[in-house]
Ligand binder design. Structure first.
Ligand code: ADP
Length: 157
């Protein structure tokens, strides 16, 4: 039965789009680009439990970077390091894509190495002129696509 579910989940991938699975921007934990990495901010980031955190500039819909919690390994909270210092040091690529991208297509992109968070926007792949309403902006990760294949939620530790 599980196998059947997985097969039908896989077959249905091409019928679904990112819009069906993404985490909407209002629910995304992110951080403003001018933040200082003091104890409070670092604590908040770690307590969020996410491994990758989008960074916005001004408006929450204007995502400009992404960092990995691992990038913070050498950050001393007493130094109050500007987040921008970390961002310019690690420079993870940001990928943008349209929310109507099909899941089979985005899965191929993940396989090619996007292996990162996707920020999704109304427009097409990899950067987007945006209709900045929260409804059509979000992020999608490989886990969101895998869950669609498995037809069940993955509970992260
Ligand atoms: P993580 O490695 O941080 O656990 P995953 O890639 O496993 O992230 O994704 C797990 C779920 O959490 C997915 O539904 C994804 O859309 C969502 N997610 C990932 N990062 C964030 C974030 N910074 N804020 C909110 N949701 C997120």
């Amino acid at each position: 039965r599980d196998e059947l579910k997985i097969i039908s989940g896989a077959l249905d991938l091409s019928k679904k789009t990112i819009a069906d699975v993404m985490t909407r921007i209002d629910d995304v934990y992110m951080i403003e680009e001018n933040s200082l990495l003091n104890f409070e901010t670092l604590n908040q980031i770690i307590c969020s439990g996410y491994s990758r955190i989008p960074v916005y500039s001004g408006s929450r819909h204007n995502i400009v970077a992404i960092f990995n919690v691992r990038d913070l390994a050498f950050v001393d909270p007493d130094d109050c390091t500007p987040l921008k210092t970390i961002l310019s040091f690690y420079k993870h690529p940001l990928h943008f894509c349209s929310i109507d991208t099909r899941l089979d297509v985005i899965l191929q992109e993940f396989k090619k190495g996007f292996n990162n968070i996707e920020k999704t926007i109304t427009e097409a792949d990899d950067v987007a002129p945006e209709d900045e309403t929260p409804d059509n902006v979000g992020i999608v990760t490989l886990e969101d696509v895998i869950e669609e294949i498995l037809q069940s939620e993955i509970v992260d530790e």
